[in-house]
Design a protein around this ligand. Sequence first.
Ligand code: NAP
Length: 259
Amino acid sequence: MNTDRTPAADRTVLVTGGTSGMGLATARRLLADGSRVVVTGRDDARLDRAARLLDAGDRLLAVRADAAVPADLARLADTVRERYGKLDGVFANAGVAGFRPLEEVTEDEFDRITGTNLKGVLFTVRHALPLLDAAGGGSVVLNASWTQHRGLPGAAVYAATKAGVRSLARTLGSELAGRRIRVNSVSPGYIVTEMFHRAVPDPADHEPIRGHVPLGRLGTAEDVAETVAFLLSDRSSYITAQDIVIDGGLVPAFPSLTG
Ligand SMILES: NC(=O)c1ccc[n+]([C@@H]2O[C@H](COP(=O)([O-])OP(=O)(O)OC[C@H]3O[C@@H](n4cnc5c(N)ncnc54)[C@H](OP(=O)(O)O)[C@@H]3O)[C@@H](O)[C@H]2O)c1
């Protein structure tokens, strides 16, 4: 399988959750390569802002689509089909977080996190499939998390969804290989984005977290975008069903509860 035959200028890539953080940085990185990019989010004002920041004219399409709502994802696929006819790549990145002790986990919280992070990722790929087939194959990257590799107290639901995402990459990488579709996941470490600031609002708490990272700094959205762009390109044409950890060495060094 060599998906590199399509030059970047002829590629169309879907980035879910492209209004901020890693999704926005990846959209910017792909546009710089010359690809056409479709970004999604739940909020029109944030989508408008992303479109202004990316400033890519008709190489960019911003579509409101809630990843937790399969009907939205079906409508998104219709919109992409009408506009571009195919997809060469998908970054299923949209995700939400929530960290609390087990006794505080409610059913609503479980449904909120799993709805976007697990159901949303599965149905994103499911609805993109005919468009990937229309391109003759392609590359799918799922955004997991370092927390699927280690026991982080308070992350029961979030980490379980990310373990599910990694499992999807393994299964779908096998299932779709015959259709020339590669599927991998990335597991970012601590990456400074809106989500990070919501989870760790006090800057005084950043330093002890940084202390867990052997490379001595927190990650940036661009650190992740670079690896995702590699996985979406033909430069990674012999890699599928894998997970790539982008964490400055955090996972091997983290004082794990589970090994
Ligand atoms: N930051 C970290 O340290 C870290 C580490 C490991 C993994 N991750 C994962 O990285 C991914 C990106 O997060 P980020 O850190 O870049 O945070 P972010 O800046 O908060 O970005 C999250 C993106 O997801 C979108 N989104 C959330 N729920 C959505 C839904 N139901 N439908 C469509 N879009 C949705 C948001 O768009 P709107 O709000 O505009 O709808 C936004 O564009 C997530 O999957 C997260 O779990 C983050």
